[in-house]
Structures are given as structure tokens and as C-alpha cells.
Ligand binder design. Sequence first.
Ligand code: TXA
Ligand code: MG
Length: 424
Amino acid sequence: DDIEIDLDETSSDAQHLLRAAEELRTSNVPIAFPTETVYGLGADATRSNAVQGIYHAKQRPSDNPLIVHFASLDQLRALLRPGMSIGDGPSINATNDPIPSIYRPLIKQFWPGPLTIILPNPTGSPLAPEVTAGLSTFGARMPAHLLALALIKLTHVPVAAPSANASTKPSPTAAEHVHHDLDRRIRTIIDGGPCSVGVESTVVDGLSEPPTILRPGGISIEQLRSCPGWENVQMGYKNAAETGSQPRAPGMKYRHYSPKAPVILYEVGRSPPANQEMVPFLGTNQRLGMVRTKRWKVNHRHEDRAVTLEAGNVNGTELSNRNRDNRHMTGVTALIAALDATPEPRKAMQSMSLNAQETTFLVLDINIGPSTDSIARGIFAALRELDREDVDAILVEGIDDIEDSVAAAVMNRIRKASEIKLSS
Ligand code: TXA
Ligand code: MG
């Protein structure tokens, strides 16, 4: 069940990989590498100094445990049976496998892949205590990226790796993102191009009864439920789905996945919160980033809400926004209504001036939809791209977080990133 990797050691790629593996094995400065989910910041999980280097480079609080990456099941089993070397004792069967049987169907289905399983940290574990942050368990994952697998294989050590962003920033889904955040803090980034999944692995705890999802990610709830023993898997993470939360005082808020600009989550079909019309960030002449996720559909929200457009100016089109009570909509509500009424889909990043309620915004629009997979791949990069444009706020259009897709993971990340939640 293990992956064979044939490396032509004379190629320059292999030389770079060997150098990176050597650095990973000996240095206390972590190195960044691609995985199918996001880029990881890796260190030898068995050396305290090396693991401390991760927390230092990321400026991450050290009470947050790290995921340990393996290139083979043999490597994982060896860690679970300290003191026994691979090949010692009887061969592995269903009764003597140190990997708890609850995980067998998941490993068979989803490894290598975007799934992290929680395992008991064995007595005499070779893992550095910094990896588990004081817990009696650790998270294990076998990534589905050839460069990650090759790197781990070449180092011959389990590799502890969180996402390779500076703490609080959106996770990195391209080598440039890592470079932007960690330049001068690390020496080596292995560039594997953009990540194919785009959100982190699903973290599951099969040691609890019933089994629990600790973090939604690249493997969906429905995929987990299809496995024997996982039919009743529970959601053990807080789904901060509350809308209309007041913006908390800057600096008081625990930030996660956050660009510089405040993120405003906009969701259609949730009941409107009291602060709907009052968005403090949007004065006149501000730059607003928008992350669109929907297939373009002219006027769809206006029909839903019986809003008519009468005057104003979007891309030279005269519009204004009045709701059923003939009351002017203001702020973000008006802005969204006006943008939705723009007849053409806009590709990539475009600028436009919007004149709604005597307010002029410059809108930078990125459409990462309409497929859930493309939204997952594009969400973190879009937040970063808008940050580079120095926008004053970023409006993100929410999606339905249905269980059969990676949408639950996407919305989990957007909710964590957003300070304000709007709805219609
Ligand atoms: O996709 C991924 O998982 C990426 C790539 C690099 O593999 N890694 C990643 O690591 O996202 P990090 O450190 O950013 O997230 C680790 C997550 C956290 O939510 C942490 O709380 C949880 O895993 N975790 C780690 N060990 C745990 C444990 N023993 N018990 C419960 N949760 C644990
Ligand atoms: Mg992270």
C-alpha cells in the first residue's frame, strides 16, 4: 500500500530535493514544501529545536499542536511502536496493527490525501513534545503531493508541518504566498505550483465515541459518512454561522486566515441582522475588494427581495437602489444590489466606479466560482491578491455549505476570516 518513488538523482530537481531533505534533517530553520491542500512549513518532528523553529518562523502561539506528515504506513507504524524497527516482529495483520482499526477504512479510501487522523502518542514516542503542545494525541497525515512524499521519504523522518503562512494570515496556496510571508525567516521553499485542493485537510478524531470532525477540510462529511464506523460522525468544530455579529474592536479579535483589510461575509438567504445597513468601513472614495463565487445571474437577488433599481451609476449604467418601502438602501446592501444588476460577467480583476447613495467606491472584483472546487482553490489567493491592492474592505460572497462537498471547509475558513456577517 506504499507509494514507490523513483528518483533520478542526477537531475537538477532531484539535487534540489536532496538538498532540501538534508536541510530538513539537520537545520533548525523549517523549509516550505507543497502539499495538495496548502503549502506546509516542515521540520523534523523528532527534534525539539527544529519544531521550535516552526513556531518561531510563523510567529505562531505554541499551544496549537502540529500535524505530522508521513510518506508511508510503515513509517507511521514505526512511530507508533517505538523501539521496534521496521520488519521487527510478526508482519502486520488486523490484530497487531498499531493503527486503530476505526481508521482502516479512511486510510484505505483517502490516503494519501487531505485527511488528518488523531492518534494516541505512544509511550516513549520519538515526537518532540512541541509537536503535540502537551496533548496525549497527535495528528497524522499522508499528503497526496509527489514532492511532499519524496521530501519526507528522503529525510527518513516524520515531518511536522503547519500551513506555511505567517500566523493570522490566509493559508498559502502558492510558493509566492510563502515567500511573501516568510521571506528572510526561512531559507528554502520547494515550488510545486498552485495547490490543487486549496483548503487544509479534514481533521478527524476516531478515538472518541462517536467519531468527530475537528476541522472540516478537503475530505467532505459525506465522504467520511460513507465509510464503515463513520456513519454517525459528529461535527466537533464551532460553525460560527451567526450572522450580523458586531465588529469587535480591532486588536481584540482573534484573527485567522485574515488579510489586512477587514473581511465582510455576505450570504444570501439568511435573515437580515440589525446592523445590515451600517458598515463602518465604507465611507466615500474607498477601495472595496469583492470575492465573487456565483455563476453570473442578472438580478437574481433583486427578484428574491423585490428590490428595484432606479438611479445611480455602475459602469456607466444608471441605477439606484430602492427597496419595496421606497427607502434607499445604503452601504454594502446597495453596493451588492447594484453590482448584481451589472449585466456582464466580469473576468479576473476589474475596476469600476460605483455611485450609490452619493457614495463612490472603487470596486476590485475577483470571481473564483462557480464550482466549489475552484472556490476552494481560489479563496486564499483571492484574499491575498486583494490585500496587495490595498483595499479598505473585502466583501466575500458566501456559498451553501452543503455536506457533500468541500464547501463546508470553505465557509468555515471564510467565517473565521470575516469580522462582519451580512445577509439578505
Ligand atoms: O492540510 C493540512 O493539514 C496542512 C498541510 C500543510 O498538511 N497543515 C495544517 O496544519 O493545516 P495546521 O498546523 O495549520 O493545522 C493543524 C490542525 C489544527 O486545527 C490543530 O488544532 C489540529 O490540526 N491538531 C493537530 N494535532 C491535534 C491533536 N492532537 N488533537 C486535536 N487537534 C489537533
Ligand atoms: Mg494553518
